[in-house]
Ligand binder design. Structure first.
Ligand SMILES: O=P(O)(O)O[C@@H]1[C@@H](OP(=O)(O)O)[C@H](OP(=O)(O)O)[C@H](O)[C@H](OP(=O)(O)O)[C@H]1OP(=O)(O)O
Ligand SMILES: Nc1ncnc2c1ncn2[C@@H]1O[C@H](COP(=O)(O)OP(=O)(O)OP(=O)(O)O)[C@@H](O)[C@H]1O
Length: 495
């Protein structure tokens, strides 16, 4: 990519989250990730820059540049060692011509979903992050005319907190995602409750994972996206009232599971295709484990807490005490391990945050030594890894636990991308399914640092979610919601 010859016509809108907007290159397997700002901030910044000349402009650009460098360093020196080399692509910071970024911003504006337009793309810093396009597979993997399918899952927190600091008993029984659903519904963020439960996905039980994925397909919200040949083909609708079209998805998937036509001829072939699709995703999520002598992948049982969420729709009588767990090197085991660095829960972290704040008020220069805002390097990682296990009352302990909590928060908000394409029989990395065979790659994305200043907000949000959940589940539920949930339940074949 020649940075001095950047042309907005070579790029197209690819997607966005709360903090960044992503464009993909039309020919190369590359994306650019650009930061976003609340629109008022941007208007202020532009006015500010216009009125105050280039030196301030350079400072602002410099700040944005450092912010993106921080994102890359955090991914490289913190998240990659924790999650594994093979899953993390940190990307590189690139300086972009301002004219290119401005033209690009105008070009993508009409493609952006309305619910994300409260923020605007950064058009003044002139920097972005260049990453491989993970919805595609490297060309040498593709010997088939069918384009790769990519499934992006934002799994969220996969365990129930076990900290002694917890004050509300329901947090030990119902997971944060399931509780949060009620609060999101009340706020109007979503129109229907999702039946997805992260604890099912992280269980390592094929049956429970299957149910979790099926529930994601029925109500993807912002937890599931599907791409074909790099194009988004399935996600939540811009109008949150509308349900995504499963029939369209089936048509897209049919050529990949064509043998199903024969197998299930005349007998709900669409559902059979979705069944197989889910099984491919499950196999990918469970892959990556090393083998012990018996050839069985080594399992890890990470959860110190109850392994089942009481709000999950998975039938309780099907919960067996079987030796499930996730294969040690599987992507979900890696993510869960990092999520569980939060072993005090926000209720235990908040007082430690206040201890740090008090200390910084007295010794503001210590902020740098304690690496509150980075740099995210080996020394930061040391603080995360070598934090004392017992509270000795020190600021070092408090900072270590706060750092661990922030790292865990990143893992609770990251996404997994599984990209697969049909392959020939002799491909090396294949999912062990009878038929069809796929070559695949798995990556973890959105590994940005979570701000230290966000901790008071997290504390308040936690209280709101729990209180709202208790209130809404104690009162009889509005009957229409439950009706909708039942109506949208598909009948899948058991696995
Ligand atoms: O707090 P949560 O659990 O709602 O997570 C936020 C996400 O909401 P979700 O519940 O997944 O719909 C939220 O996602 P959406 O914008 O709702 O798609 C962001 O990922 C947010 O992170 P950040 O502030 O952009 O760094 C996330 O905030 P963090 O808590 O990870 O900082
Ligand atoms: N390297 C990549 N390759 C392909 N697609 C990507 C890549 N990085 C991001 N995307 C797409 O862009 C979307 C937005 O990116 P990302 O999740 O990093 O945004 P964000 O604003 O940081 O998210 P959040 O809302 O969690 O803060 C992703 O959901 C994904 O579909």
């Amino acid at each position: 990519m020649e940075l001095d010859k950047m042309d907005e016509n070579d790029w197209k809108y690819h997607g966005e989250g709360n903090k960044s907007l992503v464009v993909s290159h039309l020919q190369h397997c590359r994306v650019l990730r650009l930061l976003k700002f609340p629109s008022e901030d941007s208007a202020h910044t532009r006015q500010f820059l216009a009125s105050l000349g280039t030196s301030i402009c350079n400072n602002t650009a410099e700040q944005a540049f450092r912010h993106i460098l921080n994102i890359v360093d955090y991914s490289k020196y913190v998240m990659k060692p924790l999650l594994g080399e093979k899953y993390v692509h940190s990307g590189e910071v690139v300086k972009l011509p301002l004219d290119f970024v401005r033209q690009l911003s105008l070009k993508v504006q009409q493609e952006r979903p309305e619910l994300r337009c409260d923020k605007v793309m950064d058009t003044f810093s002139g920097c972005g992050l260049c990453l491989p396009n993970l919805t595609q597979l490297p060309l040498h993997h593709l010997r088939d005319h069918r384009p790769p399918i990519c499934v992006e899952i934002k799994p969220k927190c996969g365990f129930l907190p076990f900290s002694r600091h917890i004050t509300k008993e329901c947090k030990r029984k119902v997971c944060r995602f399931c509780m949060h659903q009620h609060y999101k519904l009340a706020n109007g963020k979503w129109k229907r409750l999702s039946r997805y439960c992260p604890l099912d996905l992280f269980s390592g039980s094929k049956q429970r994972m299957y149910v979790a994925l099926k529930n994601l397909l029925e109500e993807p919200q912002n937890n599931l996206k599907i791409f074909k040949g790099g194009e988004l083909i399935f996600s939540c609708k811009d109008d949150a009232k509308q349900q995504p079209e499963l029939n369209d998805l089936i048509q897209h998937l049919r050529p990949y599971f064509s043998h199903s036509n024969g197998l299930y001829n005349g007998h709900q072939p669409g559902k059979a295709i979705l069944n197989e699709f889910i099984q491919v995703i499950c196999s990918a999520l469970l892959s990556g484990g090393d083998s012990n002598r018996s050839g069985e992948p080594r399992k890890v049982h990470l959860s110190e807490s109850r392994p089942h969420c009481e709000a999950s729709p998975f039938p309780r009588d099907l919960l067996r005490n079987g030796n499930h767990g996730l294969p040690k090197d599987s992507v979900l085991a890696k993510i869960l391990q990092v999520q569980m660095l939060d072993n005090l829960d926000i209720e235990g972290i908040y007082p430690l945050y206040k201890r740090v704040e008090q200390y910084l008020e007295e010794f503001p220069k210590e902020r740098n030594r304690l690496q509150i805002d980075g740099p995210y390097n080996e020394s930061f990682m040391d603080k995360v890894k070598n934090c004392p296990t017992e509270d000795d009352g020190s600021v070092e302990y408090a900072v270590g636990k706060v750092h661990q909590y922030r790292v865990a928060m990143t893992a609770k908000d990251c996404s997994v991308m599984i990209t697969f394409a049909p392959c020939e029989e002799d491909e090396e990395q294949q999912l062990k399914l009878e038929k069809p065979r796929f070559t695949y790659s798995i990556s973890i994305l959105d590994l940005d640092p979570k701000p230290y200043e966000g901790i008071p907000h997290q504390y308040k949000l936690d209280t709101k979610i729990v209180n709202y959940y208790l209130r809404s589940t104690q009162a009889p539920p509005p009957s229409s919601l439950y009706k909708e949930r039942q109506e949208c339940t598909l009948l899948f074949h058991a696995v």
